[in-house]
Design a protein around this ligand. Sequence first.
Ligand code: 5AD
Ligand code: SF4
Length: 452
Amino acid sequence: MCNGVWIKTYGCQMNDYDSGKIMSLLGRHNFHKVDSCQDESCGVVIFNTCHIRDKADQKLFSDIGRLKEIREKRLKKERPFVIVVTGCVAQALGVEITRRSANVDVVIGIQSAHKLPEAIEAVQQYQRSVKKYSPIISIGECNDEKFKCFSTVGASHLGPCAFVTVQEGCKNFCSYCVVPKTRGTEYSRPLAGIKEEVELLIKNGIKEITLGGQNVNAYEGVDENGGKFDLVDLIEEVAGYPEILRIRFLSSHPCNMSKRIIEAFGRIPSLMPALHLPVQAGSDRILRMMNRHYDRSIYLDIITKLRDICPEIALSSDFIVGFPGESDDDFAATLDLAKRVRYAKSYYFKFSPRPNTPAENMPDQIPEEVKEKRLEILQELLDSQQQEFNSETVGSVQSVLFERIGRHDGQIIGRTPYNQPVYVEAEAGIIGSERQVHITDLDKHSLGGILV
Ligand code: 5AD
Ligand code: SF4
């Protein structure tokens, strides 16, 4: 009756991955997923939080505040209602969360996520017996414990594509970024657990795997004999499973874009011709202040080498506008870089000062209206590049891996090797298969086509 779990996930694909795994793990302990905290059987709410931009903690506390009434009502009836905070805000704020909100029962760092069933059950016991209790706080260091547990639990996958976290954390310390503090320093999972997980996914019909990590191209794991194992070794290992038709990896730092990785795009057929390579800014001065350890010429050189090896590669990037001290000229350099690269897709953000990062207190913070204006200009350019890239596909035949049912009746959605969404009219039976599609239409963010 009280074992329904509603999980709200904020942020990136790493968090989606963790939420899927948490849900599966709880499923083994007699919990089940519900779609809303209003559901009668909902007795556990988990906030899997993100700290990377915006006022994530404020959003979290207002979300928790909204649950106060329902929680009190349930507890009065001696029905447990457990509120859990996990993810990066839990990691960053820890015990502070329970000081700021008396309604939080469990704060669990993502590295300790495997301890969640036990923690929730303990709180439920206290609440059932109306005992006084202290919130449970568990913030672990990054280690293989979590992944050992995650390797063997499935995730709530819809369709044939899965994300597998192979690396976590980051040691780059970009001056604007909280990740090294929230996710900790770089950690690479050993091959054995990753293989176990991939094999489980294959049993569940997975055809495409995205190897994920904050800085995945710095992956440096160990194989079964304790030997060094890098990202290319890992891609080759996954490519060795004939069931896996497509491999991607996300997200990469330009400094770790080795010759070996670049060459993999020309050598491994199932490595898809698409790469997310965040540049953040196009001005050398700003890149230096961001502590990115490359300049625009190094970045552009990587792009040239990638295109020499794989001319059709679809490139995507993240951009930050309004970094402290960014002048009109600096911003113009960002626009210029984007024009030179011609991205297939991009994500763009206004700089948001994060607690305890060097950029938080840098002089010359940019006024909000200037950030807004620059974001608008950059957005227009990047969106038009995306349209252009997609329009070049119209008229061609593309191989599309079908993933899910679309919003409109009879529509099935899949992706091209370049990661473009494509919809066709077809039977749901094609989900999970790769089919040739004649691309006929161009929409704002997707393509339409007809099965060949
Ligand atoms: N402000 C704005 N954007 C940020 N990102 C990371 N930290 C910040 C910040 N403080 C963006 C970067 C990164 C993406 C995941 O989020 O562009 O690549
Ligand atoms: Fe953050 Fe920089 Fe690491 Fe990316 S590379 S996670 S932006 S510190």
